[in-house]
Ligand binder design. Structure first.
Ligand SMILES: Nc1ncnc2c1ncn2[C@@H]1O[C@H](COP(=O)(O)OP(=O)(O)OP(=O)(O)O)[C@@H](O)[C@H]1O
Ligand SMILES: [Mg+2]
Length: 243
């Protein structure tokens, strides 16, 4: 069953730098939320705190009513949190299928063998790579590697999907495909937190946005309102990428 995600006064310091400054955000099951902000504002750090790649200095990450901020990443994956990385992280010499099979073995409801193969093929088909399970990752082009990363993230059937600039670097045609693909997951009721600099995509995919600046949340609300908020425009000055 899908659970809500709540960040309570979440804080992460790196030495003297406050990368995430007491961030409080609640996300309901099935919500699709854009996490925006200029470079270095703390977005990836928040994603890392949600996925378990990092532990907070203080504050909580709650999944449903359960605090998980000190739960290791692989156990959070089992609780239904899945992610893609800002820079694609796949095992290049393995096949597309094996990259997914590997994550299925460690994911939620671990599966292996023929069941894992079937799940991997289904996930590949879903992201537009049907029948490409035998292809080595290193011979896939960029968009297909991105698709594979998404396939790997959704194969475990997560409740909450964290996408860190998953659309970055795509050409306009690929971008269209990528936006539609995320739309499909959204329609299926997956909760999605999307870090994205491409505003066209954010406007289309995310009904709600949270904006960070220098580690703090400076706006949270309906996307069109947030994007016209003077404080947001000021924080972003010269930083928007209009696609
Ligand atoms: N592991 C780390 N050690 C030290 N400082 C870090 C670490 N990770 C991030 N930072 C710093 O924390 C701040 C926030 O970084 P973060 O990567 O979260 O930003 P971001 O909003 O994702 O930026 P971008 O849009 O460029 O991806 C930056 O100043 C960054 O240099
Ligand atoms: Mg980042």
């Amino acid at each position: 069953m899908s659970a809500s995600l709540e960040l309570r006064k979440l804080r992460k310091e790196f030495g003297g730098l406050v990368a995430v400054n007491d961030v409080s955000v609640g996300i309901n099951p099935g919500e699709v939320v854009g996490l925006l902000g200029p470079n270095g504002s703390g977005k990836t750090t928040v994603m890392n705190l949600i996925s378990g790649a990092l532990s907070p200095t203080s504050g909580e990450v709650r999944l449903g009513d359960k605090p998980v901020q000190h739960t290791p990443a692989h156990l959070r994956a089992r609780l239904g949190i899945s992610r893609t990385f800002q820079l694609v992280r796949l095992a290049p010499s393995l096949t597309a299928r094996d990259n997914i099979v590997l994550s299925l073995a460690f994911g939620r409801d671990p599966v292996w063998g023929p069941t894992a193969h079937e799940r991997a093929e289904a996930a590949l088909a879903k992201v537009g790579l049907p029948g490409l399970g035998d292809v080595e990752v290193q011979s896939l082009n960029y968009i297909d590697q991105k698709r594979l990363e998404l396939a790997r993230a959704i194969a475990t059937r997560p409740d909450i999907l964290l996408l860190d600039e998953w659309l970055a670097g795509l050409n306009p045609t690929e971008l269209r495909t990528g936006i539609d693909l995320i739309g499909t997951l959204k329609d299926e009721g997956m909760t999605i937190v999307l870090v994205e600099h491409i505003m066209e995509a954010v406007r289309e995919i995310c009904p709600r946005c949270v904006v960070m600046s220098a580690g703090s949340v400076i706006a949270d609300g309906p996307t069109s309102e947030v994007l016209s908020d003077p404080a947001v425009v000021a924080a972003y000055l010269g930083d928007f990428e209009y696609a």
